[in-house]
Design a protein around this ligand. Sequence first.
Ligand SMILES: Cc1cc2nc3c(=O)[nH]c(=O)nc-3n(C[C@H](O)[C@H](O)[C@H](O)COP(=O)(O)OP(=O)(O)OC[C@H]3O[C@@H](n4cnc5c(N)ncnc54)[C@H](O)[C@@H]3O)c2cc1C
Length: 512
Amino acid sequence: MVDKHIIVVGAGPGGLTSAMLLASRGFKVTVFEKAGDVGGRNAAIRLGNFKFDTGPTFLMMKFTLDDVFAASGLRADDYFETRRLEPMYRLCFDDGETYAWDEVAKLRAEIAKKFPGQETGYDRFVAREPGRFQKVYATLARDYTSPLSMLNGALLRAVPHLAIGRSLMDVIGTYFGPEKLKLSFTFGAKYLGMSPWECPGGYMIIPYVEREFGIYHVIGGLCEISAGMAKAVRRLGGDIRLNTPVKRLIVDGKTVKGVELASGEQVYADEVIVNADFAYAMSHLVEDGRLRKYSPQKLARKRYSCSTFMLYLGLDKLYDMPHHSIVFAGDYRKNVDDIFHNFRLSEDTSLYVQNPSITDPTLAPPGKSAVYVLVPVSNTSGSIDWAKEKDAFKERVLDTIERRTEMKDVRKHIEQIKVITPADWEKEYNVYNGATFNLAHNLMQMLYLRPHNRFEELEHCYIVGGGTHPGSGLPTIYVSGQIAASMICAKYGVPEIPVTKAPVPVPAPLSR
Ligand SMILES: Cc1cc2nc3c(=O)[nH]c(=O)nc-3n(C[C@H](O)[C@H](O)[C@H](O)COP(=O)(O)OP(=O)(O)OC[C@H]3O[C@@H](n4cnc5c(N)ncnc54)[C@H](O)[C@@H]3O)c2cc1C
């Protein structure tokens, strides 16, 4: 046992990662979570006998999660069961559909069939992108707490792969011509809550990692990952206190001493790790005037991701429809401009429909299904009045589902329904601006320029989760937890925690 007490504010994926790792190294760990369950945006939603994931439904780069368990002396497989999805997902356009396979031969055949002649572009993608991934990932999976950290060799080697000044759409254009094929490879900018026309080209690693390492579902939903991590924290001796909101960090000068709970109780610790949404936490949990770089005024001027409008539908029927379907608006560019620039709701909107009961019978009673719908929309920094728009927009989304998917009569089959709007993300989930994917991932908000895992403005304070380095998305959030835990171990002379390294890609992918 290390005689040091670590407080973690929030039991989201980032907080649970560092809690697990530090508890496994013998630290006394206490996690305070405001909600009645662990997981945050990765928690379960239960409606009657139906169960849904609140947020994440695509588990990518599973090796990062496996590493968190392994570094804690545990096996992820003992805590939840995963299924690699094949095909990974379906892409629905107004004039047809195509499937994304992670098996190279299958995807090549699909491209040759739907976009004849473009398969040679895919051959180039397969040959070129493993190199980019190795270099770019190596720059992400490390700590950027000092300006000198920007001089690391990994970053210098990655520079030619970062496609600086070029967007994801620019880079994919070096492989493919048809717009719809380009969108099939770049819509994943949505995972960062960004437009593919603005997302930095270095994020070409997203379509690559999906295809190289696959997309996984977790039986019982991805929320089972957080539930499994919480079980692990407790097994390793950590304490998780649910329904315990933190009101503020106790700060003396620039030193964080502990936290004050909403109940008024004050709890002191050697280090405090903040996992609550970064911009929310710095503007609500730290008293005004303490911060300069991340003062409320400066936070308001940062760039943020889009938000999401969510529907969770408990249906009395199971539709024969793929696990994941991405439905593109007829005019996708206009829809993206509405989200990111015009701050208005599109008449014709894109959406993502998850039909996980087709893979996983645990989410709904027999013959029924739990359906999850995510619609990317503007964050709350615009002037959309969700109290006014919510019901009409819900109907528009249901119309789109009936028109564009197999769920032609979905309205007739709804037994349970829950809606989350951007305003709800902000008020109920403490998400700044309702920006579900946190601070945007433009170059000015990345690496050293993103909030540091050892927080630069306060001593004894670390930050983990999607709003900090390396960024939003489960794998990078797990890495943020590893980096913070690793620095705390180093500080107290405890055996350090390895930050996940990139697996070496398969050398001859075409022969897989
Ligand atoms: C709709 C949606 C879909 C997504 N899809 C994917 C996907 O498919 N794949 C993927 O990899 N990623 C996805 N993400 C992104 C990301 O993986 C998740 O948002 C993830 O849950 C973020 O983890 P986090 O560690 O940043 O913390 P959060 O999940 O935000 O957790 C923070 C925790 O802090 C708690 N908290 C807040 N304030 C306080 C307080 N004052 N006191 C105590 N506790 C507090 C919250 O209750 C919460 O439990 C998605 C996100 C959303 C919203």
